[in-house]
Every structure is written in C-alpha cells, then in structure tokens.
Write a protein of this length. Sequence first.
Length: 298
Amino acid sequence: MPNPLNIIGAGVLDVAYETHGPADGQAAVLLHGFPYDVRCYDAVAPLLAAQGMRVITPYLRGYGATRFVEASTPRSGEQAVLGMDLLALLNALGIGRAVLAGYDWGGRAACVVAALWPERVAGLVSGTGYNIQDIAASVRPEPPEAEARYWYQYYLHGERGREGLTQNRGAFARLLWRMWSPDWAFDEATFARTAASFDNPDFVEVVVHSYRHRFGLVAGDPAAADVERRLAARPSIGVPTINLHGAGDGVGPPAAVDAALKRFTGPYERRLLDGVGHNIPQEAPRAFAEAVLALAAA
C-alpha cells in the first residue's frame, strides 16, 4: 500500500509527496517523469528505506494532488520551473543536501539542480544521462528514425493534440508506456494506479506547454527566465553521477558512444540495463536502488 500522502507549500506549489524511512536518514528525492507518477518508485523506496535512507517521492506540477497556489501562475512545464520546483521542495523540507534520482521530466529537474545548485546535491542518478534541453538546437532536424520517436511531441504542438490529450489522456499514456518499454509486461491495474494522477486539473496545460517550450514555440514563465538563460549555456554537472539507460528504451535508445559523457566533469558512470525500457525504476527497481545507494555511500 502507498504511504500516506503529505502536502507542503514549496514555492508556487502545494506539493503532494510520500515519505519512506527514518526522518533523520540521508535524504534521497526520487522524481518521476511523463507520463508516470510516484507509483514508479513503489518497489525502489522500500529498498532505500531499509538501508536507513529518508526517501521523498513528490508528484511533479500537473500530477496527482500537487496544486498551484495561485490561479495566476503560468502553467509552465519548461525545464527551468521543474528545477526551481525541486529546489523549493528541498528548502521547504529543510533538506540541505540529497541524492537526486529521476528519469524523463524528473531526471531533467534533478539535472537542473545538480548543474546550477551543486551544493545541494550529494549525488545524481539520471535516466539517460544529461537531460538539460538544448532549445536553441531544437530547430535542427534529426535522423528520420529519431523524428518518428518524437511524434507525441509534435502532436502536442497543435490544438488537435491538446484536445486529443484532454479527451484521451489515459489511452495516450498507455500507448507511450507500451512503445517506450516494449519488454515490460505491465497489467491494467498497474497502469490505473498511475493514470489517476493525470486527472490533475493542470495536467494538460503543463504537458502541452512543456512540449511546445522545448521547441521554442511558446514563451516561458517570466519568473524562470534567468534560470532558463543559464540552462541555455548547457552547464556541466560536477556532482557524482550514475547514468542509468535502458537498453530497450523506445524513445531514447542508448548510442554506442555515450554522448552525455562530455557534460559531466565529476565522477561518472553509465550503466546499461538489458531488457529495460524508459520507465527504469518500475522496470528495474533493484538496479535503480543500487545506484542511489552507491552514491549515498560515496
């Protein structure tokens, strides 16, 4: 059974989160991606808690019971606000330093904090490695095989896509789960436990903004402009990092040469996971937990 839900004011959000383990343990914040939620860590968090870690699993903006404090706050999904949300959560919880671990949107938030506020990060576990977007380069086409994998992003660039996500958010997410994790035999009950998070009233707006902003099609939140400018420089990450990459990732398959390596200036290791797709913690919870514990012990 999931742990009780907590709510805390953190920046522009009232963040919903679950906790595991002792309150005085070394902190680990585990961050989900799109289209997933904290249920992806149901098997990871107990493994870490059993080793004495304090584990926090927050719902990102637009998911689950997390809500915006003010109606006037832009429903942005850009990379800068994801990092700012994470920093605000660390501050609200009184966590000075933590191991940050995530994939997809959650991995991006963790990379942003690791790059810009490294003093807050004891170690980084990042699904697929360097997740800070190169928005200026988004106009350059990629090989057709890669472009085909990004169909869902292009779909959301138009109003047909927005309406399609609004009407079919469950079917949309289920399709992506199947395409991105072809070897993961999840059942309908597993999907339904996560799909409830997509009923958040801000889910569609945040998702649509995210996939339009990353291609420079819409403006960002003015409050995040300075952070976004810093990210445009593609800052390096110097904290100890383990890059977990599913060998069967259907949206971002690993290349033979690790292109992310040059972005990491501290201790860095890439671990390729056979038979694992995009949703690394839910498909390979022990491997994910082992990576967090390795950094916690460093």
